[in-house]
Ligand binder design. Structure first.
Ligand SMILES: Cc1ncc(COP(=O)(O)O)c(C=O)c1O
Length: 440
């Protein structure tokens, strides 16, 4: 048998065939960073370099890597029922997974399964449009997003997203969108947790209602904590104000909890931590601890019930994926929720949020640091621009990799979202590595 990356993970095969996602391919090939092993909070590269995973995979390995409960459940499931679809038939584990997920989400009784966060977002946007249609209110077609938002890369999510670089190659997507301003204000620099200023920015939604007519807006989607745009916690009172405006105009409120779902705020979902009840919630990533692709849209009974008035023999939503509720993903999801419960992982996140915040804010004295932001076990150390935007971020990422810490640079913001299993020692190690790199 030929030596391949599969049989011998230290041997990379050709680096060109794989068109890599969001990757500067040229730069990657000059210095390929290839990881072949993971355990707990650590990765090991093909040449034995050990890294603390400061990004929890990609904001997703909440229980740490290779959790034995999850690994075993996937192995067993693969040997029992590899695949069956859920169109007018099904398998019990998908129902069990759905019930387990909704149990964690007060006020939500239903989940529609997808395979990713992007699919969850597009599904939620379509459910919002179809909800209004079902209620005879089909003039509501505008979808409202926000600057700096990341809602994945499918047509709907990109349309309501707020990152210009992601949109620029594709032109106009879903035509009826409007965007609120982002919430990053200079006066909030180095806020601990939720920033004090900016609740009034939620009134952008009211302005859009005044401009377009509130009765034409189907939904507003926000990440409760904006993540992949650079980690921007919501200003105090901002989300509550958005909810009020939605209520006043009959607009559905969607929280995109693809990052914040499954414990990152110390509660199962961020909406609970912030005391604001949305109508739809998207989730993915931590749903299976990132082991098997899975996402979902949580819906309230009120939203779901709007779809129950059609003929019993017809689908109530003309939407679904071959792999919605895939057996392996369902098994992984159930085992992941077992692990979160049995290892008290959300409780650990809640307990570590204070030490995490202290560590991050201990870095504000470093001359290269412009702003530090944090919320739950999320954080960003935003560097001063040095050269073009992103140069400082890229340089710090490379230096930290060599020093044994993975961060996620977004422009010049070094984003951090380690597994929720982190201990004080891990927090100290991350802090020491950041200081050595940034102040050194
Ligand atoms: C808030 C949010 N929504 C959607 C997505 C897209 O998820 P996926 O990459 O699984 O499609 C992400 C990914 O980071 C995200 O952070």
């Amino acid at each position: 048998m030929p030596d391949t990356a599969r049989t011998n993970p230290t041997v990379p095969n050709d680096l060109d065939s794989f068109w890599m996602p969001f990757t500067a391919s040229q730069a990657f090939k000059e210095n390929p960073r290839l990881i072949s092993k993971a355990q707990g909070v650590r990765y090991t590269t093909i040449d034995g370099h050990e890294l603390l995973d400061g990004t929890g995979g990609l904001w997703c390995c909440n229980a740490g890597h290779n959790h034995p409960t999850i690994t075993k459940a996937i192995q067993d499931q693969a040997a029992t029922l590899d695949f069956v679809h859920n169109f007018n038939q099904g398998h019990p584990l998908a129902f069990e997974a759905a019930a387990r997920v909704t149990t964690l989400a007060p006020g939500f009784d239903h989940v529609f399964f997808t395979n990713s966060g992007s699919e969850a977002v597009d599904t939620a946007l379509k459910i919002a449009l179809a909800y209004h249609t079902a209620r005879g209110d089909g003039n509501r077609r505008i979808l409202v997003g926000r600057e700096k938002a990341y809602h994945g890369i499918n047509f709907g999510g990109l349309s309501v997203g707020g990152l210009g670089l992601n949109k620029g190659q594709f032109g106009t997507l879903y035509p009826s969108t409007a965007h609120m301003r982002h919430t990053w204000l200079p006066e909030n620099a180095n806020s601990r947790g939720l920033p004090e200023h900016g609740a009034e920015l939620a009134d952008d939604l009211q302005r859009l209602c005044d401009l377009h007519g509130g009765q034409t807006i189907a939904a507003v989607i926000v990440e409760p904590v904006s993540g992949a745009g650079g980690v921007f916690p919501p200003p105090v009172g901002y989300l509550k104000r958005l909810r009020e405006i939605c209520d006043a105009h009959g607009i559905l409120m969607i929280f995109d909890e693809v990052i914040t779902g499954f414990g990152r705020m110390g509660t199962p979902f961020a909406f609970e931590a912030f005391g604001v009840q949305p109508d739809l919630v998207t989730c993915a990533k931590g749903m299976t601890n990132a082991t098997v692709p899975m996402g979902g849209v949580l819906a309230t009974a009120a939203v779901r019930d709007a779809f129950r008035n059609g003929p019993a023999k017809m689908p109530d939503l003309f939407h679904g994926y071959t792999y919605s509720g895939h057996p392996l993903a369902s098994a992984a999801c159930i085992a992941t929720l077992d692990a979160y419960r049995d290892d008290q992982i959300f409780e650990n996140a809640a307990a570590m949020a204070g030490p995490w915040e202290d560590m991050l804010h201990s870095l504000t004295d470093i001359a290269a640091v412009m702003d530090v932001r944090n919320c739950g076990i999320l954080g960003a150390v935003h560097l001063k621009q040095d050269g073009a935007v992103g140069d400082a971020g890229r340089a710090a990422y490379a230096g930290l990799w060599d020093a044994g810490l993975i961060v996620r640079p977004v422009g010049d913001a070094l984003c951090l979202s380690p597994p929720l299993t982190i201990t004080q020692d891990h927090v100290d190690e991350i802090g020491a590595k950041l200081r050595a790199q940034l102040a050194g």
